[in-house]
Design a protein around this ligand. Structure first.
Ligand SMILES: N[C@@H](CCC(=O)N[C@@H](CS)C(=O)NCC(=O)O)C(=O)O
Length: 195
């Protein structure tokens, strides 16, 4: 049996599969093929599946045709079923925690519009959640872009605090411009890398 995972580091879905591999102690049994580092793997993946989307697990069992298994959830389920010896995949995933954090962030931002006297505290809390979420994402995926978004959120926190304390009025436009600039650069870089 030969297993190979087509992936790249900045992909959150790939991280989900890599966590399962680590949890099951399969690092030695599954070859990692980074499609952004080696164009050969990307070409092979596109040839087999018709697209460059990762993660995909290539399964080569003796006497059987090679199978290409896409979808991180399906790959994780497959790995636990085959190698887990009864172990189950984690019930709560980081993605779910992030979803709750995002909802809380929007709820606090929305509440700040209606409860104006609480606005600085509510918006400060919202931006702090945004910063923590982004930095965690950056650490998890080893990607710089979420980190940059985290910095913008921190800037917003500082701006709100300084304004609330009457120290200085940092124009909000800088935050918006910063975010747009970061998004633009990130889009260009991702486009170049996945072309
Ligand atoms: N539903 C898929 C999503 C996979 C996905 O969107 N992967 C992204 C990277 S995180 C990708 O490969 N994008 C590049 C492309 O589609 O060519 C999964 O859970 O595996």
């Amino acid at each position: 049996m030969a297993l190979a995972l087509y992936k790249y580091d900045a992909c959150g879905y790939c991280q989900r599969v890599l966590r399962a591999i680590a949890d099951l102690g399969l690092q030695e049994r599954i070859e990692l093929r980074d499609t952004l580092v080696d164009p050969r793997w990307r070409k092979e993946l596109v040839g087999a599946t018709g697209r460059a989307t990762v993660p995909v697990l290539r399964i080569e069992d003796e006497g059987e045709e090679v199978r290409w298994l896409p979808e991180s959830r399906d790959i994780v389920a497959y790995l636990y079923e085959r190698f887990g010896e009864g172990k189950k995949p984690p019930a709560i995933e980081t993605r779910q925690i992030h979803r709750v954090a995002t909802m809380a962030m929007w709820a606090l931002l929305g509440a700040g519009i209606f409860f104006t006297e609480w606005q600085p505290s509510l918006w400060f809390a919202a931006c702090l959640i945004g910063a923590v979420r982004s930095f965690h994402n950056a650490w998890r995926t080893r990607a710089w872009f979420p980190g940059a978004v985290g910095v913008v959120f921190l800037f917003a926190c500082a701006a709100i605090a300084l304004r609330a304390q009457g120290v200085m009025d940092v124009p909000w436009w800088y935050v918006a411009y910063g975010l747009v600039a970061v998004l633009l650069v990130a889009t260009l870089i991702v486009r170049r890398r996945t072309r």
